[in-house]
Design a protein around this ligand. Sequence first.
Ligand SMILES: *[C@@H]1O[C@H](CO)[C@@H](O)[C@H](O)[C@H]1NC(C)=O
Ligand SMILES: *[C@@H]1O[C@H](CO)[C@@H](O)[C@H](O)[C@H]1NC(C)=O
Ligand SMILES: [Zn+2]
Length: 414
Amino acid sequence: MRLVLVAILWIGCSSATRVRFDNHTLYRFTPKDDQAIDTLRQLEQSVGYDFWTSVNGVGMPVDILVPPQKKREIMEVVEALAVDQEILMSNIQEEIDREAGSLRAGDTFGWNSYHTIEEIYNWLRSLSTKYPKIVTLVEAGRSHENRPVLGVKVSFGKATGQRQAVWIDSNIHAREWISGAVNTYILNALLTSTDRSIRNLAERHDWYIFPVLNPDGFHYTYTTNRMWRKTRTPYGLCVGADPNRNWDYKWNQGGSSSIPCTETYAGPRAFSEACTASTSRYLGGIAKELLVYVSFHSYSQMLLLPYGHTAQHLDNYNVTYPIAVEAANSLTKRYGTRYTVGNVAETIYVATGSSMDWLKGVHHVPFAYTYELRDTGKYGFLLPADQIIPTAEETLDSVLTIVREADKISEKVL
Ligand SMILES: *[C@@H]1O[C@H](CO)[C@@H](O)[C@H](O)[C@H]1NC(C)=O
Ligand SMILES: *[C@@H]1O[C@H](CO)[C@@H](O)[C@H](O)[C@H]1NC(C)=O
Ligand SMILES: [Zn+2]
């Protein structure tokens, strides 16, 4: 207990310096029976391990980042269980250093490297200047540390009808850098692509693009802790709630935690986090316009549908599921990247309080999807920057498939 407390205080007080991950090892454990699953779930609720993926089911891998002082303990636990184990990255500090070396400060905005929140926001501002009739800067809300949740509305003025808008957000989980990079790439394509089918879809819809839904956490991944996931709201000894377990639909009814120090802490109540509360008010105001809602996360290569609280196929699943399959196929076509498709609770595990479920359950947005982007664990959250463009290209193909198919159905039904 004492050691745990020391570890927490150290994490809490180290904000002035960068948190290092020397000899922190990413393990992959694959449970082979229910007892192994139960034990891994207990471990997930304890402090000191960082679960990069959740405990899903028998035969489904669980990636856990383990600090050096915990290796002996976890080995004792898993060696008593029916679990296959492998090491995905033996020392993630090396990967973090490699990535830091690829960040080019002051570079013009692009997709050969990852960008800070200032760079992303300045680029959004420059678009509203460059395309004053098309791009409107939108502040959807404010974070706990009073950063804007900044995005843009792109409208060529040709969208008609009630449900004609597409919303795409990313980086509600701070460390999932590829998600925001793909989102800004898509925004750029909507504005500049000369491909006829892209132009057609870009112009017949309004697009709401929000690259960084969790600005405090995202900023913190650049300044202090590359592996930060949550918000930066203080909760006693620990900091942050999981902003994608914080939305007010079936809130904290499974797959989230009531313990502030865990990575999936749902918060003290629904919409306790400034960024989710304020953004949800904005989203609620425009929800009737939305035909499609897309949220980008990483990693695992999955395309997920509502809901997270039940594996039942509710609402218009029989329409949205075939579209997801088609969208995953169009993604695979470009580079062979393979995705798993399905309902959240069925494909991963029960998880409640997500933005997607709120948009679907409360606002009845007809087509709501969550992408878990590349990869499947070789680099995890530390996806090398040379994969940004290919990831973005294949994901653009896939999102456009969703919008195209949603259009076909909405012409008939909505
Ligand atoms: C990491 O592990 C190596 C090999 O066991 C050891 O030599 C090194 O001192 C460790 N580094 C730190 C910072 O603990
Ligand atoms: C989906 O299910 C609804 C209700 O059960 C039904 O009315 C509709 O025809 C089905 N659509 C498709 C594409 O199967
Ligand atoms: Zn995520």
